[in-house]
Ligand binder design. Structure first.
Ligand code: GLN
Length: 201
């Protein structure tokens, strides 16, 4: 918990997947969080988290809830964090057309890229912005980043491959930062992408 609270609100896309855990991490960081399921809820938030889950199911629900256009517009300029399936939706080259790629971050990836053997695993990785402190990362049928554009900065790697990255307004992880106790990734999102002058501790 932090003493100072921001008055900005971060939405968590709550159509499918692991949205509740993100909400409680936001609460622990000291930021207002709000579940987003429709266009008017989206227009009331300052930033958005697209959680992990199943990107094909989320794609269907985004279409069913008429959120395709409002989301495409939102992710162009507003602070957005995508974890796992959320990253898949935000990237611009995906190996299937059953998933919307909003193209908000210049990343080419392979869904379920670790294959059956490493379907789900955990590993200690070091985050560029925490002085190399280990972060216990959970990978669950994670996508694998194959290539990223020059405007994309790598913030963490696993065995030499980028697993966390950002551009100016979009932050993505192939792992699930909401499933570990550490708030480091959420704090980074809030401090570096959502807030400009005020910073939470
Ligand atoms: N493999 C899933 C997909 O393609 C993502 C898994 C996850 O979000 N944990 O959507």
């Amino acid at each position: 918990m932090v003493e100072k609270k921001s008055n900005k609100t971060v939405g968590v896309l709550a159509l499918q997947g692991d949205f509740d855990k993100h909400l409680s991490h936001l609460y622990s960081v000291g930021v207002n969080g709000k579940l987003v399921r429709n266009k008017s809820e989206l227009s009331a938030v300052d930033g958005l988290i697209i959680p992990g889950g199943e990107s094909t199911a989320m794609t269907k629900l985004i279409k069913a809830f008429s959120l395709e256009e409002p989301l495409a517009e939102f992710v162009k300029t507003k602070p957005v964090m995508g974890t796992c399936a959320g990253l898949i939706l935000l990237s611009n080259q995906i190996d299937t057309d059953r998933v919307i790629g909003f193209g908000a971050i210049n990343i080419e990836l392979k869904r379920n890229g670790f294959g059956r053997q490493l379907d789900s695993f955990s590993a200690d990785i070091s985050l560029e912005f925490t002085n190399g402190n280990p972060f216990h990362a959970l990978f669950i049928r994670a996508p694998r980043i194959l290539k990223s554009g020059e405007d994309v900065i790598s913030l963490a790697t696993y065995e030499g491959e980028t697993v966390m990255a950002r551009n100016s307004n979009v932050l993505v992880t192939t792992f699930h930062p909401e499933l570990t106790d550490s708030l480091a990734v959420h704090k980074y999102f809030i401090n570096q992408l959502l807030l400009s002058k005020e910073k939470l501790n």
